[in-house]
Ligand binder design. Structure first.
Ligand code: ADP
Ligand code: MG
Length: 536
């Protein structure tokens, strides 16, 4: 089942052979990320078409850069990508679970159980797990949220760095916390990330407020401002371009001069409008004419030009301002407020730092090379995702495989109560859950079978569902005490995503099997080749 060449499988296959090959593809894919799971997981060196290299331990990064052609492998990668988008963690876990459930399904098929029965049993098991996950969760304190952010960084960078990034992520999540319709919302897109290669990894830090790598338009403008009003313009404060905007018929040499003066007058009016609106800070997506610098400076206005639209939108959310197409169209209601604005020079780049009522934070990711900075950036995004989810819904579960073992134990008891062949599928699902502690042990160089048996017996003897494997001490421990905890949402999403993908694969074969006696219809064959729309 571990033939990696199956990833390039393009032959058409039918019937039972198709299921076997589909499962081989899933297992081969899981094999590519298996060794990265957990803190003792190893790194992968990825090299793209253009020779750019990246060292990472992140499951989804590995999967997305792999040149995988098999449609089944694509389905698993899609499940993992959804996991990444929704909860930002548990991507390797999702692929490992799906591959293990598929492999277990194959054993049942070999014993004569129909894939549709297995799919039904798996669905029952998934529903049961989700219903019982609540009994394994506990309320997170701020310290727990930090521990969970640390757990999400397991195996990435070094431990001191994990702690720094986890701390920054929790602080950032707190800075962007908002109430909306009575619910707490922490939107990670409100945190700005700036990357700087050169300074050491350890200089990565979180800054209160929004920082942009921008220099004020002119040195005479104030470098620091106290609380004031800000206008954000999705345009500029520039002379109209002669070539495109206006047609002039020049009859004397003074025409151009007077045209320019009229244009300057037009810009000056806009500066006066800013003064009337009480604006002390101006940010434009386009340019600001040099002739206006001194006028703005004299009016005490600090201005920034060529600010990216995405940054203007971020500023608008932080200041409660509305982006206007031009200064002419600005009204009082469009103006936002800020607490302070200052300029700082980091290395040889000027930065503008704006603090607002709505919080907002900036993470500065540093590292000696772009590769390191990229990994710091990804780690921060993961930790921030976890911290934000937990701020919104502070439910945690024990990591280190503890929760998967606890769910498997419950499932086996549940299976006994199911009379049909689905019972076998529920047991196979339970076995599949145990792949997580087994792989964690394997990656730590421990015997997976002995470790699993020891953990199961410990959980059962002590009736403690938090007993898991701490791979750092290589001992079975109460994971809540060891602070290896994860958001319940990560496990819940991994269970849904992986079982969804597993069942989809089983169902593809189900269609083939139903038709195998009379040959495979063209459209089914096409769906296997990935050229037809999904038939579900
Ligand atoms: P994923 O992409 O699935 O998030 P990771 O490589 O991040 O994969 O590993 C996550 C797994 O590692 C989780 O099951 C988590 O509980 C486990 N883990 C993290 N820290 C420890 C630890 N100290 N001991 C054992 N397991 C750990
Ligand atoms: Mg993880």
């Amino acid at each position: 089942m571990s033939d990696v060449s199956i990833l390039e499988e393009t032959d058409r296959t039918t019937g039972r052979d198709a299921l076997r090959k589909n499962i081989q593809a899933a297992v081969a894919l899981a094999g590519a990320v298996r060794s990265t799971l957990g803190p003792k997981g190893l790194d992968k060196l990825l090299v793209d078409d253009e020779g750019r290299s990246m060292v990472t331990n992140d499951g989804i990064t590995v999967l997305e850069s792999a040149k995988v052609e098999h449609p089944i492998a694509h389905m698993l990668i899609a499940a993992s990508a959804t996991q990444d988008q929704t909860v930002r963690d548990g991507t390797t876990t999702t692929v490992l679970l799906a591959a293990e459930w598929l492999q277990n399904a194959w054993h049942l098929v070999a014993q004569g159980v129909h894939p549709a029965t297995i799919a039904r049993g798996y669905r029952m098991a998934e529903v049961y797990c989700k219903d019982h996950l609540d009994s394994l969760t506990f309320e997170a304190t701020t310290e727990d949220i930090r521990s969970a952010a640390m757990t999400s960084l397991a195996g990435k960078l070094h431990q001191k760095m994990q702690s720094t990034i986890a701390g920054c992520a929790v602080e950032a999540a707190e800075a962007i916390l908002m109430e909306s319709n009575g619910t707490v919302v922490a939107d990670p897109t409100r945190v700005k990330v700036i990357t700087r290669s050169g300074p050491s990894l350890e200089q990565s830090k979180l800054i209160t407020g929004l920082a942009l790598p921008k220099k004020r338009a002119h040195v005479e403008m104030p470098s620091s401002l106290g609380a004031g009003s800000i206008l954000l313009v999705d345009g500029g404060l520039e002379l109209r371009s002669l070539s495109s905007d206006v047609q002039l018929s020049v009859t004397s040499t003074s025409v151009l001069q007077s045209f320019r003066e009229a244009e300057e007058q037009r810009l000056l009016e806009q500066v006066n409008m800013l003064v009337d609106l009480g604006v002390t800070l101006l940010a434009c997506r386009e340019g600001i004419d040099d002739s206006m610098h001194s006028h703005l400076a004299n009016a005490g206005i600090k201005a920034f030009r060529r600010v990216a639209k995405s940054d203007l939108e971020l500023l608008a959310r932080g200041c409660g301002a509305r982006l206007v197409p031009s200064i002419h169209q600005a009204k009082e209601a469009d103006v936002g407020v800020f607490i302070s604005s200052r300029c700082e020079r980091w290395g040889d780049v000027d930065h503008w730092i704006l603090e607002t009522d709505e919080g907002g934070a900036t993470f500065v990711a540093t590292g000696s090379t772009e590769t390191v900075v990229g990994e710091v950036e990804r780690c921060f995004a993961d930790a921030l995702g976890v911290a934000c989810r937990l701020k919104e819904n502070p439910k945690l579960i024990a990591g280190g495989g503890a929760t998967y073992i606890a769910l498997a134990r419950r499932l086996r008891r549940y299976a006994e109560t199911v009379p049909g062949r689905e019972q076998l599928a529920i047991e196979a699902f339970a076995d599949g859950l145990e792949t997580i502690p087994r792989v964690l042990a394997e990656n730590a160089g421990m015997d997976p079978i002995d470790t699993l048996l020891q953990l199961v017996s410990l959980q059962s003897k002590s009736d403690d569902d938090s007993m898991g494997l701490n791979v750092l001490t290589r001992q079975p421990e109460d994971m809540r005490v060891s602070k290896v905890v994860e958001p319940a949402r990560v496990v819940e999403q991994a269970l849904s995503g992986a079982s969804e993908a597993t069942i989809a694969v089983l169902r593809i074969d189900d269609v083939l099997w139903a038709k195998q006696e009379i040959g495979v219809p063209d459209d089914v064959q096409a769906s296997l080749d990935g050229t037809a729309p999904d038939r579900r």
